[in-house]
Design a protein around this ligand. Structure first.
Ligand SMILES: *[C@@H]1O[C@H](CO)[C@@H](O)[C@H](O)[C@H]1NC(C)=O
Ligand SMILES: *[C@@H]1O[C@H](CO)[C@@H](O)[C@H](O)[C@H]1NC(C)=O
Ligand SMILES: *[C@@H]1O[C@H](CO)[C@@H](O)[C@H](O)[C@H]1NC(C)=O
Ligand SMILES: *[C@@H]1O[C@H](CO)[C@@H](O)[C@H](O)[C@H]1NC(C)=O
Ligand SMILES: *[C@@H]1O[C@H](CO)[C@@H](O)[C@H](O)[C@H]1NC(C)=O
Ligand SMILES: *[C@@H]1O[C@H](CO)[C@@H](O)[C@H](O)[C@H]1NC(C)=O
Length: 480
């Protein structure tokens, strides 16, 4: 952090280096003009990609600099896949593809060796979202000798399905993949909700009932544990040491997001199966003319419920998204969580068009506020959209991504709905593979590696923190 200096030459230097670049103004945004929305999305995307150096010689593709965690890079490149789709701008495609392929790991399931010492199911699933989006959106396929998007998403799914643990809590995924990592006993909602979302998307994309069954199973379990409560609020998780009887009631924007989007995929499958027409039809007709479908009442009710539960993130009946942590301090991870609610609210509309009436005002209201909040140096986007033009200097990859995602959610009516194998999907899958990589069959060196002092310290600190405070987004990383 730069400090003000009393030495005049330093002030001069500061002014001469920073001065001309400090154009401090909000992003212009006209929500009735697609070009204006695209321009705003590009500004936010450019601000985000400014943080990325992985494409530079000597750097590692797909890594983002400390203090950011690896999972957020997966989230970021997922955003860039979708950015391309919604705007048609392929400016960052090459580095996005490079990053997504570099991090696949030895088993093509986003468990690269460099990350296994602190790898959570939630970390892995954010890369899975990116691969799944690439398949659904027809993002350019990798060269034939490289793993394909659909197979990557399937491998992530298959590896996680083998980790479903019925020994405690009646089922559920643990937060951590490896037992030796602190936090393993915690079963967190984002891991399970992310798995639910990918299962539902694979079910819709492939038509394979195995995925449908899993999506139903994960939904039922989440409901049974009370992670989704009677008021449709989605909570952080619970410790399996208590058989998940004590729910950590913390709420984060990404939790309802993944369940909402998964539910929309399930609703969409049922709609189509029931023969009420294929709503994957082109949506260029404009959002108000979207075909209404009579899908599954069960999933419709769940979607309606989850939207009601979004009141936590749109308090006071205002259509501007915020998170509870904004009243105090959001940690680095949670500074990106609004991005995923924005992404998945937008993506829900074409899959379950009846949601448009309730979701679109929230997207539009949040977009205008976010555009005003992108009021830092060079249009840097701030964290707290409800502050409107009052930029308070918190910015970063998460803030940029959140603004990007909310802007692009206004473009869902300009593109085709996600494809499936039957409606033009070209990405190749290889169902069944990847399952061997469930943590017990992983590289011997890692599995048998002695627990180090660092691990123990990490686990102890984790245990101490778990008592003192709720786990922020459950993405706490142990020392190693
Ligand atoms: C992406 O890579 C291809 C092939 O190497 C190249 O032809 C193209 O110009 C690149 N696009 C951008 C935007 O850098
Ligand atoms: C793992 O780390 C090494 C050393 O920094 C690097 O060369 C390699 O590209 C990394 N692999 C991945 C998948 O990030
Ligand atoms: C992991 O996979 C192996 C081989 O498929 C299987 O024997 C083992 O039971 C699985 N472990 C868990 C925890 O699911
Ligand atoms: C743990 O919870 C599951 C699901 O509610 C229940 O079936 C099981 O009996 C519980 N186990 C114990 C030891 O209480
Ligand atoms: C949740 O579980 C309860 C009790 O089994 C059931 O009555 C309710 O319908 C379920 N709700 C959802 C949304 O799955
Ligand atoms: C459906 O998916 C599962 C899980 O990936 C796989 O094992 C199975 O072979 C698939 N079935 C078909 C018919 O493709």
């Amino acid at each position: 952090m730069m400090r003000y200096s009393k030495r005049p030459w330093e002030i001069l230097l500061l002014l001469s280096t920073l001065g001309p670049k400090l154009t401090q103004a909000s992003i212009d945004l006209d929500l009735d003009d697609d070009d204006s929305i695209k321009a705003a999305a590009r500004t936010a995307a450019a601000g985000m990609m400014d943080y990325y150096t992985g494409d530079q010689p000597g750097d590692v593709p797909g890594n983002i600099p400390d203090p950011y965690y690896w999972w957020e890079a997966g989230a970021m490149f997922g955003a860039m896949v979708e950015y391309w789709y919604y705007t048609g701008d392929d400016h960052w495609n090459n580095i996005t593809t490079q990053a997504l392929l570099h991090q696949v790991g030895d088993d093509n399931n986003y468990m690269p060796q460099n990350q296994t010492l602190s790898l959570g199911n939630d970390d892995q699933i954010f890369w899975g979202f990116a691969a799944m989006a690439a398949a659904e959106l027809g993002y350019p396929d990798p060269p034939k000798d490289q793993p394909q998007w659909l197979s990557l998403a399937e491998n992530v799914f298959n590896s996680q399905a083998t980790r479903w643990d019925t020994a405690t809590c009646g089922g559920g995924l643990h937060w951590q993949i490896f037992e030796y990592n602190g936090g393993y006993s915690y079963k967190n909602t984002i891991s399970n909700g992310g798995f639910f979302d990918v299962a539902a998307r694979l079910a819709r994309y492939t038509g394979n009932e195995t995925f449908t069954d899993w999506a139903n199973k994960v939904w039922d379990w989440t409901n049974a544990t009370g992670f989704i409560d009677d008021e449709w609020h989605v909570h952080d998780g619970a410790d399996s040491k208590n058989n998940c009887t004590i729910v950590n009631i913390l709420q984060h924007a990404y939790l309802p997001a993944v369940y909402l989007h998964g539910a929309a995929n399930m609703y969409n499958i049922v709609s189509v199966r029931r023969g009420f027409g294929n709503i994957h039809a082109t949506l260029r007709i404009g959002i108000t003319d979207l075909p209404q479908t009579d899908g599954s009442d069960i999933w419709r009710e769940r979607i309606e419920g989850l939207i009601s539960g979004l009141d936590t993130f749109f308090p006071d009946n205002e259509d501007i998204m915020s998170q509870p942590c904004e009243q105090k301090k959001c940690d680095l991870n949670s500074r990106s969580f609004k991005a995923y609610l924005a992404r998945f609210m937008g993506a829900t509309i074409p899959l379950a068009p009846f949601t448009q009436k309730r979701l679109q005002p929230k997207i539009r209201g949040s977009s205008m506020a976010a555009a005003e909040q992108c009021n830092g140096p060079n249009n840097a986007c701030g964290l707290i959209w409800t502050d409107r033009t009052q930029y308070k200097s918190s910015t970063g990859i998460g803030e940029q991504m959140a603004a990007l995602e909310i802007f692009k959610a206004n473009l869902v009516h300009t593109v085709k709905a996600p494809v499936t194998v039957k409606t033009g999907g070209t990405s190749k899958g290889n169902s069944g593979s990847g399952a061997e990589d469930n943590g017990s069959a992983i590289d011997e060196d890692i599995r048998t590696r002695a627990i180090t002092t660092g691990d123990k310290a990490g686990a102890a600190i984790f245990a101490a923190l778990a008592v003192l405070m709720p786990i922020g987004g459950a993405l706490f990383i142990v020392l190693s």
